[in-house]
Design a protein around this ligand. Sequence first.
Ligand SMILES: Nc1ncnc2c1ncn2[C@@H]1O[C@H](COP(=O)(O)OP(=O)(O)OP(=O)(O)O)[C@@H](O)[C@H]1O
Length: 200
Amino acid sequence: MQLSGRGVICVRGGREVFAGLDFEAASGEAVAVVGRNGSGKTSLLRLIAGLLIPAGGTIALDGGDAELTLPEQCHYLGHRDALKPALSVAENLSFWADFLGGERLDAHESLATVGLDHATHLPAAFLSAGQRRRLSLARLLTVRRPVWLLDEPTTALDVAGQDMFGALMRDHLARGGLIIAATHMALGIESRELRIGAVA
Ligand SMILES: Nc1ncnc2c1ncn2[C@@H]1O[C@H](COP(=O)(O)OP(=O)(O)OP(=O)(O)O)[C@@H](O)[C@H]1O
């Protein structure tokens, strides 16, 4: 499986953010997208996820599931956690599993892996920032998708949380998945760097 972009142009609010961007990532590979604030890292993830339309160029996944679109094979984890505060931890996860569709794995197991099995009935409004991030990560485990698009994924995670997340990413890569992560910090796993925009 190979994700590739050729000559990708990103325009936001009528302004060109980047142009002529080429990139690729193969099964088992993590790519860290780096660049100064506003260089278009989040925008690139959103283009791959189908949440924005490129103003030019192409983005394609070769060797994936021919019956599914690229966005249907992606998990997009934005830097906001996309949780409903009034719903419990378990209900939030169930909402995402229903929304994303496809085969779902055991939710309790996912919550145990991210260290939230003691809090399944707690409203998401009561979670700490790191716990909210952990609940978002549980989504990646409950519904399997090969392409993980992660925006500043380690934000708010403590050292143990970063170690746990490093293990999850390594496991995902070992299963043949791929990861594109926008980050200002070390990702915590071996990765290739994709620099966008002018060097700061
Ligand atoms: N909805 C929008 N309308 C217009 N311009 C936008 C919109 N969203 C983002 N932009 C602009 O697009 C550019 C790229 O933003 P983006 O969030 O992709 O950058 P980034 O590299 O992820 O930044 P950071 O490192 O600060 O997170 C910025 O100049 C931003 O102001």
